[in-house]
Design a protein. Structure first.
Length: 202
C-alpha cells in the first residue's frame, strides 16, 4: 500500500496516520463480521496516544482503548470517527494514570506486565504505526522493499503494525488463531479494507 494514500485519507478525515491505520483494521473486521452474519457496531481497540506537552524534550506515549466504530461504511468517515474517539481520550484523567504506570510496567518481568494488562480487560485488537528506516537499506546487495513487524498479543485477538519503508506502508498482522477461526478470510477482508483506503486516497 502506498504511504501517500494513507496521508491523503488522513488529510480528508482531518486525522493522523495512526487514525487511518485503525480505520483500515476496523474496515477489515467489519467485513469479517458481516460475512459471518454478525452486526457489531463497535469493538474495543488499543491505540497509542501522545502525552507530549509543549515543554517536553521528547515524545511520550501511552496505550489506551477506544470504542472502534465498525458500523461506518465510508472509509474517510470512519477515519474521522476514529479521530474523534482519540481526541476524546485527552479529556480522560485515566491517561495520567497510564502515563505514570508505563515506566513501571516496562521494568517488571513480562509475565507481570501481561497480568496487569489482562486485569484491565484487553481490547479485541491493537493497532500501531511504527517508523521505518530513514534511509534505503540493503541486504545481500538487494534493496529492502518492505518490513513487516509482528507485534505481541497481550490478550487481544490481533495486533496490526503499520511500518513505512520508503513510500510503502507495510502491514504486519499477528493473530491469535484460537480467537480467529478463518485466517484466510481475515486476510481477504483486510486486503479489501486496504484497497478501499487506497481508492479513497487517490
Amino acid at each position: 500500500m502506498l504511504f501517500r494514500s494513507l496521508r491523503a485519507v488522513a488529510r480528508l478525515g482531518g486525522a493522523t496516520l495512526d487514525d487511518v491505520a485503525v480505520a483500515v483494521v476496523l474496515g477489515g473486521l467489519r467485513r469479517l463480521h458481516e460475512r459471518r452474519g454478525s452486526d457489531v457496531p463497535e469493538v474495543p481497540v488499543g491505540v497509542r496516544v501522545s502525552l507530549s506537552r509543549a515543554d517536553d524534550l521528547g515524545n511520550r506515549f501511552a496505550a489506551a482503548v477506544i470504542p472502534g466504530p465498525m458500523s461506518i461504511e465510508d472509509s474517510v468517515d470512519r477515519v474521522a470517527a476514529v479521530r474523534g474517539e482519540v481526541l476524546s481520550l485527552h479529556t480522560e484523567r485515566a491517561l495520567e494514570v497510564l502515563d505514570a504506570a508505563a515506566p513501571l510496567l516496562n521494568r517488571v518481568p513480562s509475565f507481570v506486565g501481561a497480568s496487569a494488562l489482562r486485569a484491565a480487560a484487553p481490547p479485541d485488537a491493537f493497532v500501531l504505526t511504527l517508523p521505518g528506516p530513514p534511509r534505503r537499506r540493503y541486504m545481500a546487495g538487494a534493496e529492502v522493499q518492505g518490513m513487516y513487524v509482528l507485534g505481541p498479543l497481550p490478550g487481544s485477538a490481533l495486533t496490526a503494525c503499520v511500518t513505512a519503508v520508503g513510500d510503502t506502508a507495510c502491514i504486519g498482522v499477528n493473530v491469535d488463531a484460537s480467537a480467529v477461526a478463518d485466517l484466510d478470510e481475515l486476510r481477504t477482508c483486510l486486503e479489501e479494507a486496504v484497497a478501499e483506503v487506497v481508492a479513497a486516497g487517490r
